[in-house]
Design a binder for this molecule. Structure first.
Ligand code: ADP
Length: 666
C-alpha cells in the first residue's frame, strides 16, 4: 500500500502561504539593517564595552524559548500539510533550540564556573560550531525534500510516526553532540587559547561554517525566491546566523562590541521567523474571523431565502392542489395535451368518458377511435387540429358506449399560452356530457309531434263539431253524436295533459307519496270494478292468496292499475276477456294483468316504457294514446321499490306483471 497520498492542490498554511511585495520589502529592510550593523561593527569588534553578566543568559533564554515555539509552530503546520520537507525545518529549529540551551549551559561563568560537566571553555566553542553547522544542514535537507517530495502528503498515521521519529532523531543528534563535546573534549583539537579562537579552528571550522551558511542562504533564496512568508523570514534568519559566525570569527572577547553584536544576531536569527509567522497568523485569523462573519451572514440570508422559498413552495403546492381539486371536481372531462398532442394531464372524469384509462405521454388521437362529429371522425378532427390545419373548435361528438348506449358530448379545445411570453404551453380539451340534454331534446321533438297530432286532432274535432252545432241546425241524433264526440275528444285532451303533468311531477321529484299498508287484492278489485264491462270487456279478478299486503300510496297505485287495465282493454279490441291475478310468492306480491289482444312485437319490448314511445303498426294506428302511460307506471312502481315486467306475443296477448315487496305488519 502506498505510504503517502498525493498532495491536494490547496493546503493552506503558514509554510505555503505566498508573501506579498510589502512583506518581502519589510524582511529585506530587517536583513539589511542586521547586515549593516554587523558590517559596521567589524572594525570595532574587539572594543570592550561595559560588563552585563545577565545579558548572555537573558538573550539565550529568549533564543531557546523562541526557537522551541518556532519548532512547535512549524510542527503544527506539518500537521496540516503533512509534507515531509516541513519536518526538516522542525528538526532544524528543535536542534537549534537544544544546541543553544546546551551551549549556554556549557558556557563558563554563566551558570557554573567551568560550564556544563565542568568541561571548560573548549566545549562551548565546539557546541557553538556544531550548532551552526546543524541548522544550515537542516535547511538544505528541507530544500532537498521539498524538491523531491513536493507533491507528497503523508497519511495522518504516517505523519505522526514521521513526526516522532524526527523529534527523537533530533534529540539523539543533540545528545551525541553534547556527549562528544563534553566527554571527549580532551581528544578534540584545542580551539581556544587565552580567550582567542585558534587560527586552525577559524580556518578549518569557522570559515567552512560561514561558507556552508552562505551557500545555504544562496540556494535557499534561488529556490524559494522568498515567495512564501516563511521562506522570506528564513532568508533573514540564515543571514543573521551567517553574520553571527562572521562576527565571532573576527575575534573579540567577552563583553566586547563584537560579542554583543553576535548575540544580537543570534537573537534575530531565533525570533525573526517566529515573528513573521505570528504576524501572518494574526492576519490569517482576522481574515478567518471576517470570513466567518460573512459565512454567518450568508447562512442567515440563506435561511431567510430558504424560508421564503419553502413558503413559496407551500403556496404553489396548495394552489396546485386547489387547481387539481377544481379540475377533478369538474363535471367535464378535462385533458391537457402538450404542443404535439401528447396527454400531460387528465382528470378522473376522462376515464369515465373514454371508458379506458388514459396514460400520460400517449397521443390523445389514439383514444378517439369510434367517436364521430356530424360530418367526420373525431380522430381526424383532433389530428387536423394538431397539424394546425384547423383552428380551435367546439363540436358535438357521439359514440356508442361499451353498454351499447349512444352517448353525446360537446368538445372544445383551446390553446394555452404562457402569460407574457407568448409561447404555446399546450392545448386544453374539455368534454361535456350532453346525453341527457340530447334525450330531452329528443323528448321535446317527440312532444311537439305528439302535440301536433294528439292535441291538434281532438282540438280540430272539437272546433269542427262545436262550429257545426253553433252555426247549423242539425237533427237531434246528430247533435247527440256531435256532443259525444266533443266530450270524447276533450277527455283525450285532458288525459294527455294529465299524463304529461304527472310525469313532470314525478320527474322533478315534486310528487309526494303517502305510504300506508294496503291490501293489493282490495285495491286492484276496486279498479277492476270501475273498468268492468267497458267496451264490452269482462275482467275477471283471481285472488290466489289471502292477505297480499303491500306498502304504498293508494292513489298512485290505483293510477298504475288504471293505466295497465285500460291498456289491456284498449289493445284487445277484438277480444273481450281480461284476467287479473293477485298472488304472493317468495315474500313478494305479484299483480298480473293478462289480455288476449294485439300483443307487442318482440323488438318493441325494451322500448315500451320509454316516454312517448308507441308501437307503430297499422292495426293500432287508430287507437289513441300518448305513449306516456307505461312510463308513468314504471316511475310510480320504481318509487315503491317495485318492478314492472312484460311478456307478450304478437296477436296473442300480453301479460303485465307488477311486483312489490310483501308488507308484513309487525
Ligand atoms: P299509449 O297507450 O298512450 O300509447 P302507453 O305508454 O300506455 O301509451 O303504451 C305504449 C305502447 O305500448 C302503446 O302504444 C301500445 O302500442 C303498447 N301497449 C301497451 N299496453 C299494451 C297491451 N296491453 N297490449 C298491446 N300493446 C300494448
Amino acid at each position: 500500500m502506498s505510504q503517502h497520498q498525493a498532495l491536494p492542490s490547496a493546503v493552506y498554511n503558514l509554510i505555503t502561504m505566498p508573501s506579498n511585495r510589502a512583506q518581502r520589502r519589510f524582511a529585506y529592510i530587517i536583513g539589511a539593517l542586521v547586515t549593516l550593523i554587523s558590517l559596521f561593527s567589524v572594525p570595532f569588534v574587539r572594543v570592550q564595552l561595559g560588563e552585563m553578566p545577565a545579558f548572555q543568559p537573558a538573550i539565550f533564554s529568549t533564543v531557546v524559548c523562541f526557537e522551541l515555539i518556532t519548532a512547535y509552530v512549524i510542527y503544527s503546520q506539518f500537521k496540516i500539510s503533512r509534507q515531509p520537507a516541513v519536518l526538516a525545518l522542525f528538526a532544524g529549529y528543535l536542534y537549534s533550540a537544544g544546541m543553544s540551551l546546551v551551549y549556554i549551559l556549557a558556557f563558563p561563568r554563566v551558570f557554573a564556573d567551568n560550564g556544563l560537566f565542568n568541561s571548560g571553555p573548549q566545549t562551548s566553542v565546539w557546541l557553538y560550531a556544531l550548532w551552526h553547522i546543524g541548522f544550515p544542514l537542516a535547511v538544505l535537507i528541507y530544500l532537498r525534500l521539498d524538491a523531491k517530495h513536493q507533491n507528497v502528503r503523508y497519511s495522518a498515521r504516517k505523519a505522526k510516526i514521521a513526526g516522532w521519529c524526527t523529534f527523537v532523531g533530533t534529540i539523539v543528534a543533540m545528545t551525541v553532540c553534547t556527549l562528544f563535546t563534553t566527554h571527549y573534549v580532551e581528544q578534540l583539537p584545542t580551539v581556544l587559547s587565552q580567550g582567542q579562537l585558534s587560527p586552525s579552528f577559524v580556518k578549518f571550522v569557522g570559515i567552512p561554517i560561514v561558507i556552508l551558511t552562505f551557500i545555504t542562504l544562496l540556494i535557499f533564496y534561488i529556490r524559494t525566491k522568498a515567495s512564501t512568508v516563511t521562506s522570506t523570514w528564513l532568508c533573514v534568519a540564515i543571514l543573521a546566523m551567517m553574520l553571527d559566525v562572521i562576527i565571532v570569527l573576527c575575534g573579540g572577547g567577552r563583553f566586547s562590541l563584537g560579542w554583543y553584536v553576535a548575540k544580537l544576531n543570534s537573537f534575530v536569527c531565533s525570533n525573526v521567523v517566529l515573528a513573521g509567522m505570528i504576524y501572518e497568523f494574526t492576519k490569517m485569523y482576522l481574515n478567518m474571523a471576517d470570513l466567518y462573519r460573512k459565512v454567518k451572514e450568508s447562512e442567515f440570508s440563506y435561511k431567510v431565502l430558504l424560508g421564503e422559498s419553502q413558503q413559496a413552495e407551500r403556496t404553489i403546492s396548495e394552489q396546485n392542489t386547489i387547481i387539481e381539486q377544481m379540475l377533478e371536481s369538474s363535471h367535464e372531462a378535462i385533458i391537457m395535451c402538450d404542443t404535439v398532442g401528447r396527454v400531460i394531464f387528465a382528470n378522473r372524469r376522462v376515464e369515465l368518458f373514454f371508458e379506458n384509462p388514459i396514460r400520460k405521454g400517449d397521443c390523445l388521437s389514439t383514444y378517439c377511435e369510434g367517436m364521430r362529429t356530424s360530418d367526420t371522425t373525431f380522430k381526424s378532427l383532433v389530428e387536423a387540429y394538431f397539424n394546425q390545419s384547423i383552428p380551435p373548435f367546439l363540436k358535438r361528438i357521439s359514440r356508442v358506449s361499451l353498454s351499447g348506449e349512444m352517448k353525446h358530448y360537446e368538445c372544445y379545445v383551446n390553446p394555452i399560452v404562457n402569460e407574457g411570453a407568448d409561447t404555446l404551453r399546450g392545448h386544453l380539451f374539455g368534454f361535456r356530457d350532453r346525453t341527457e340534454e340530447e334525450r330531452i331534446d329528443e323528448m321535446k321533438n317527440e312532444f311537439v309531434s305528439i302535440i301536433s297530432h294528439e292535441i291538434r286532432t281532438p282540438l280540430s274535432s272539437i272546433m269542427g263539431f262545436s262550429e257545426i252545432l253553433a252555426t247549423r241546425n242539425v237533427t237531434e241524433d246528430k247533435r247527440v253524436k256531435y256532443v259525444e264526440t266533443i266530450h270524447k275528444e276533450s277527455m283525450r285532451l285532458s288525459n294527455l295533459i294529465n299524463d304529461f303533468l304527472d310525469l313532470q311531477r314525478l320527474d322533478s321529484g315534486r310528487q309526494v307519496f303517502h305510504f300506508q299498508t294496503l291490501n293489493a287484492a282490495h285495491l286492484v278489485g276496486e279498479i277492476v270494478e270501475q273498468w268492468q264491462g267497458r267496451d264490452n270487456h269482462e275482467i275477471e279478478l283471481h285472488v290466489l292468496h289471502d292477505f297480499p299486503f303491500i306498502h304504498g300510496d293508494e292513489e298512485r297505485l290505483k293510477q298504475v292499475f288504471h293505466n295497465l287495465i285500460s291498456n289491456s282493454i284498449k289493445y284487445s279490441p277484438d277480444r273481450s276477456k281480461i284476467d287479473v291475478y293477485v298472488e304472493r310468492e317468495n315474500g313478494r306480491v305479484l299483480i298480473k294483468i293478462q289480455d288476449y289482444g294485439l300483443g307487442i312485437p318482440a323488438d318493441a319490448l325494451d322500448k315500451l316504457f320509454a316516454r312517448f314511445y308507441r308501437v307503430d303498426n297499422s292495426d293500432r294506428r287508430k287507437i289513441g294514446g300518448t305513449g306516456l302511460g307505461l312510463s308513468i307506471v314504471k316511475e310510480i312502481v320504481e318509487a315503491h321499490h317495485g318492478r314492472v315486467l312484460v311478456e307478450s306475443e304478437l296477436s296473442r296477448g300480453s301479460i303485465f306483471t307488477v311486483q312489490f315487496d310483501e308488507h308484513i305488519d309487525r
